[in-house]
Write a protein that binds this ligand. Structure first.
Ligand SMILES: *[C@@H]1O[C@H](CO)[C@@H](O)[C@H](O)[C@H]1NC(C)=O
Ligand SMILES: *[C@@H]1O[C@H](CO)[C@@H](O)[C@H](O)[C@H]1NC(C)=O
Ligand SMILES: *[C@@H]1O[C@H](CO)[C@@H](O)[C@H](O)[C@H]1NC(C)=O
Ligand SMILES: *[C@@H]1O[C@H](CO)[C@@H](O)[C@H](O)[C@H]1NC(C)=O
Ligand SMILES: *[C@@H]1O[C@H](CO)[C@@H](O)[C@H](O)[C@H]1NC(C)=O
Ligand SMILES: *[C@@H]1O[C@H](CO)[C@@H](O)[C@H](O)[C@H]1NC(C)=O
Length: 280
């Protein structure tokens, strides 16, 4: 066990960089380019529509009604209007979202980039897709952060010249778990490798990929994991399959072998690839 102790210390920092993205998914699902219809004045500071703010002045006749004083477009880094504050904001209000349902095939649930444009992305829930546009011109979808943002690492899958072939979706030089299945030069579906695996284009399989020194779960057997060790070549790591001691399973979250509980015994019962008789 003591060979692992070094990794407990060194790697969680590196690992956290790779894990961050999931939680952002829920925040990005109300992006739009369309506008609310103009609404009547009802409070001093509100929105004329999704991208224009409005100042309304109290009616001097004392009725408590409001009269439109000024409507103006929100611009620059704050292209949206926030209905609560009546001021210009970087993010659109909830009611300004426009959803297109079922435009994409969902192979997994989660958030996926559009295969050919950085202006769009889609979210799969219950294997049904909802499409979203990044809101304004200089905002693009960042598949690592899973949100539309300025300075996004934007990329597209190039299926050009590929037929019946999986292509990895790379974001800048970062390895992503996303891939596209290409048919006749087109991305037929967007998909994502399980666990922390990434697509190896040579084997056309999702595999544990050592891009940092540390430990990666073996998704075919919860008692096993991969150990990635630095080599003399910068950026190249040696991948070794390891097995937890009897009665232990590898927890990616806790980054170590932990006593086997239901999460592992269930997957062992379901698994056809592992002999069950060597479980403690
Ligand atoms: C939103 O309001 C602004 C200001 O009144 C106006 O210029 C713009 O055309 C409106 N947009 C839509 C889509 O109605
Ligand atoms: C005040 O003016 C509004 C229109 O701006 C009108 O609808 C309302 O009836 C007026 N109230 C009074 C008390 O005159
Ligand atoms: C609008 O402003 C309110 C108050 O500051 C804030 O709580 C809310 O998150 C804002 N909405 C958006 C979409 O930025
Ligand atoms: C997805 O399915 C679950 C279980 O059937 C259901 O509770 C949930 O509301 C569904 N979500 C959506 C967005 O349809
Ligand atoms: C996204 O923008 C395109 C135009 O580029 C438009 O046709 C489409 O309706 C928009 N979709 C959403 C979800 O706003
Ligand atoms: C992909 O698989 C090939 C063949 O097994 C192997 O040589 C190569 O190192 C793998 N590439 C990555 C990035 O893991």
């Amino acid at each position: 066990m003591d060979i692992h102790i070094l990794h407990f210390i060194v790697v969680p920092i590196l690992l956290s960089i790779l894990i961050t993205s999931k939680s952002l998914a829920q925040e990005t699902n109300t992006i739009t380019t369309t506008e609310n219809p103009l609404q009547a004045c009802y409070k001093p500071y509100s929105c004329a529509n999704c991208t224009a703010a409005r100042i309304c002045r109290p009616d001097p006749n004392g009725s408590g009604a409001f009269i439109d004083y000024k409507d103006f477009k929100c611009t620059g880094s704050t292209p949206f209007c926030n209905e609560t504050t009546g001021t210009c904001s970087a993010t659109p209000s909830e009611q300004c979202s426009v959803k297109v349902i079922g435009e994409h095939i969902c192979m997994k649930n989660g958030v996926f980039p559009h295969p050919t444009t950085c202006r769009k992305y889609f979210q799969c829930e219950n294997y049904t897709s909802t499409s979203f546009n990044c809101s304004s011109n200089n905002i693009y979808y960042d598949a690592i952060k899973e949100e539309c943002t300025y300075n996004a690492w934007c990329n597209q899958v190039s299926c050009n010249g590929y037929n019946g072939f999986k292509r990895r979706y790379t974001v800048s030089n970062k390895v992503s778990q996303l891939f596209a299945y290409c048919i006749n030069g087109q991305a037929a579906v967007m998909d994502r490798c399980d666990g922390k695996y990434v697509l190896n284009e040579t084997t056309q399989m999702c595999e544990a990929y050592c891009s940092y020194p540390g430990l990666i779960e073996d998704i075919s057997d919860c008692r096993k994991y991969y150990q990635c060790d630095p080599t003399s070549i910068d950026g190249v790591f040696l991948k070794t399959s390891r097995r937890c001691p009897d009665g232990f399973g590898f927890s990616q979250k806790r980054y170590q072998c932990v006593p086997i509980e239901s999460w592992c015994t269930q997957s062992l019962t379901l698994s056809t690839t592992t002999p069950v008789n060597d479980v403690l």
